[in-house]
Design a protein around this ligand. Sequence first.
Ligand code: GDP
Ligand code: MN
Length: 393
Amino acid sequence: MDIHEYQAKELLAGYGIPVPRGGVAYSPEQAAYRCTAIGGSAWVVKAQIHSGGRGEAGGVKICHSDHEVEDAANGLFGKRLVTRQVPAGKCVYRVFVEETVDIKQELYFAIVLDRAAETISVIGSAQGGMEIEELAESDPDALVRVTVEPAVGFLEFQARELAFALGLAPSQIAKSSQLFRAAYRAFRDLDAALLEINPLAVTAEGDLVALDAKMSFDDNALFRRPDVAELRDRSQEDPRESHAADRGLAYVGLDGDIGCMINGAGLAMATLDMIKISGGEPANFLDIGGGASPERVLKAFRAVLRDEKVKVLLVNIFAGINRCDWVAQGIVDAFDQLDVAVPVVVRLAGTHVDEGQRIIRDSRLPIVTADTLAEAAEQAVASAAVARRTTTG
Ligand code: GDP
Ligand code: MN
């Protein structure tokens, strides 16, 4: 789960990390009110969307009066901001108004999980401001990486090493290493999966301030972090994914037109690969899990068909704990209760497969059956191609 910049800054401030003074606003009037409450003579108005790259997309504006703040906010509210990270764009419903900071240097700082090595990486660079992907490509040597063993933690000497590697002045080493370790504590204590401060600004006075902050969290740990869970903003999520998540389905939205309903994450990945090999594009990843009841199958059907791009639905079940007859019943129920306007390809194998196939056959519904995964993928790709031709021609 991702959160907004202003929420991340509030969390980080709680761990002692310096952030500019600011306030969130839900309307242009409130934005103007925020700047008078903050005081000073210049402010930054920042679009709050779940994406980076807002600066170059026109989502960060420096203003010199409350009128300018109101105008800037007015221009952002309701706008779909298209960034390099989110080509489809995300809508702005909140802005963050902050005091400006006199920036002398912009650093990059991040903490990420290194899944392969089962460790945590702390990454820093003296060249902040630009996106990490860009930096990694243009000047990989400018990135400093420190490996942290989770059982040991981010030690003082490692934090100091990072501070020296970033070229910070001797007078800044103590406070910067303190800041780095505070960020690590926030990352660990809150079950974060990513923490990025870019830029981490060095001010004219030599202080370090988090000018931007991005955090995302492990969904599987949200149950024990209610104060993090409540920061969720559905307006920023893929509506297909929120719908499925609310119904306990493991669903990831993709860009293709072949809807998928599969049991098991491994089989789901293999099915997506098979679709691609057969020349098609999956519309989603969906794992219905083990022991799925007909009701659950019906819910999964509904989740897949909500996506208007879907031109064919592929069901691939290799039942171990699952029962093919339950899945088949769920499919028949779906035809009964939903408006299934696309071809459905079903491959069933494993527990109670004969009974499952009998239910499909006896229903006399226009369901295409397949015996193998390869055959099912080919059928689905062929059906999608036909559907594409009929809608475009
Ligand atoms: P992002 O583009 O989504 O990553 O948004 P950022 O919060 O990183 O803002 C983009 C850029 O705006 C930063 O790299 C800064 O250069 C600039 N910026 C943000 N806040 C301030 C500020 O208070 N003062 C000044 N002068 N520039 C700022
Ligand atoms: Mn940034």
